[in-house]
Design a protein around this ligand. Structure first.
Ligand code: NAD
Ligand code: WQD
Length: 337
């Protein structure tokens, strides 16, 4: 298939482009590089020995998308082109609503205009809010506490309404848990700009000596050791989930929603320990106050994706820690040469 990967230069997008190319699909990337580097796309080409057709374009720009769709016959779209910094979304809500919701609407318009019938959307476990664990697709969603989360809820709603009227469309909402890790080559990985907010990029910068110690946000949660528990998923497992979702769409009509997680929870301190053991590097840490808006513990019910897509994660927490460090140590400044 000819797949448009919107946001394909980013962390999850680049790994997904690689898996798509290796599975024999053709890839067109549209990315404005607002949170990524062209080097990621080049490295995917090097790793696969295949070409990517790249458009330096903003997905909210209808004219630019018109041009892309009129120049290419697109069989399916994966929409990764979102802004994702939760704290920034609280400070600049309009930027987030515009980028994340308008991009979804523009791509949906192009589907209507150009007869594209397959759409995969990057959603997030954040749409469940502070729900009972494990999170199941059939749950009533609870309010999310920040504009970023709201943009995911709104995009899900828009796509749900569209799937209801376009009977020949297949629309899949993928709710990711916590993606970490990197391609085992160490050539592509997560390249956060500025001080990382997320746990694993922070740990790997402490390991690299770029930050003095990890701040553990609270050790008084009702969890196994008092620290927050999440369902960490290897980015390569996640990427493979997208390809499975796309490839199952010929039999799918209408909307499908899947959790992409492992179904297992890991605490902050368990992740630190695993990283230390696998990579033989000490990670100094200090316990601090809880971070506002954090949930104590959540993980996926991963059963539906296994039953319906035949997709299961195969990589362990140890694999995630090893591959993260392999990427970080080979690329201490990310994609910057
Ligand atoms: P990322 O920032 O690395 O990738 C997003 C890519 O989209 C970047 O290359 C960025 O330049 C591009 N982009 C953003 N807005 C754009 C626009 N208007 N036009 C064109 N390109 C644009 O982030 P990621 O971690 O790869 O996340 C991909 C998607 O998955 C996002 O929608 C994110 O919200 C969602 N998601 C991520 C996580 C996570 O923890 N990483 C978890 C759940 C959901
Ligand atoms: C994980 C755990 C922290 C950093 C966020 C978004 C979510 C999703 C993924 C996109 C928590 C603790 C963290 C640190 C720490 N993104 N922690 N010290 O909060 O589950 O999810 O990213 O959809 O929407 O909210 O991930 O990696 O930030 O935190 O102790 O320096 O690590 O308190 O328990 P989170 P995270």
């Amino acid at each position: 298939m000819n797949i448009l990967v919107a946001g394909g230069a980013g962390y999850i997008g680049s790994h997904t482009c690689l898996v798509l190319l290796e599975a024999g699909h053709q890839v067109i990337v549209a990315d404005n590089l607002i949170n990524s580097k062209m080097e990621a796309v080049r490295r995917v080409e090097q790793l696969t020995g295949k070409n990517i057709k790249f458009y330096l374009a903003d997905v909210t720009d209808e004219k630019a998308m018109e041009q892309l769709f009129s120049e290419n016959k697109i069989d399916g779209i994966i929409h990764f082109a979102g802004l994702k910094a939760v704290g920034e979304s609280v400070e600049q809500p309009l930027k987030y609503y515009h980028n994340n919701v308008v991009s979804t609407m523009v791509l949906a318009k192009m589907m209507e205009r150009y007869g594209v019938k397959k759409f995969v959307f990057s959603s997030s476990a954040t749409v469940y809010g502070d729900n009972e664990i494990p999170f199941v697709e059939t749950m009533q969603l609870l309010p999310t506490t920040n504009p970023y989360g709201q943009t995911k809820v709104m995009s899900e709603q828009i796509l749900t309404d569209l799937a209801a009227v376009h009977e020949d469309w297949a629309v899949t909402l993928l709710r990711y848990f916590n993606p970490i890790g990197a391609h085992p080559s160490g050539r592509i990985g997560e390249d956060p700009q500025g001080i990382p907010n997320n746990l694993m990029p922070y740990i790997s910068q402490v390991a690299a000596g770029q930050r003095e110690y990890l701040r553990v946000w609270g050790d008084d949660y009702p969890t196994i050791d008092g620290t927050g528990v999440r369902d960490y998923i290897h980015v390569m497992d996640l990427a493979e989930g997208h390809v499975k979702a796309l490839e199952s769409m010929d039999e799918q009509k209408g909307l499908a929603v899947y959790n992409l997680g492992t179904g297992r929870g890991t605490s902050v301190l368990e992740l630190v320990k695993a990283f230390e053991t696998v990579n033989k590097i000490k990670i100094p840490y200090q316990v601090k106050e809880r971070r506002a808006g954090d949930i104590a513990e959540f993980y996926a019910d991963a059963g539906k994706a296994a039953r319906c897509l035949g997709w299961k994660t195969t990589r362990t927490i140890e694999d995630m820690c090893r591959d993260t460090w392999n990427w970080q140590s080979q690329n201490p400044r990310g994609y910057e040469e």
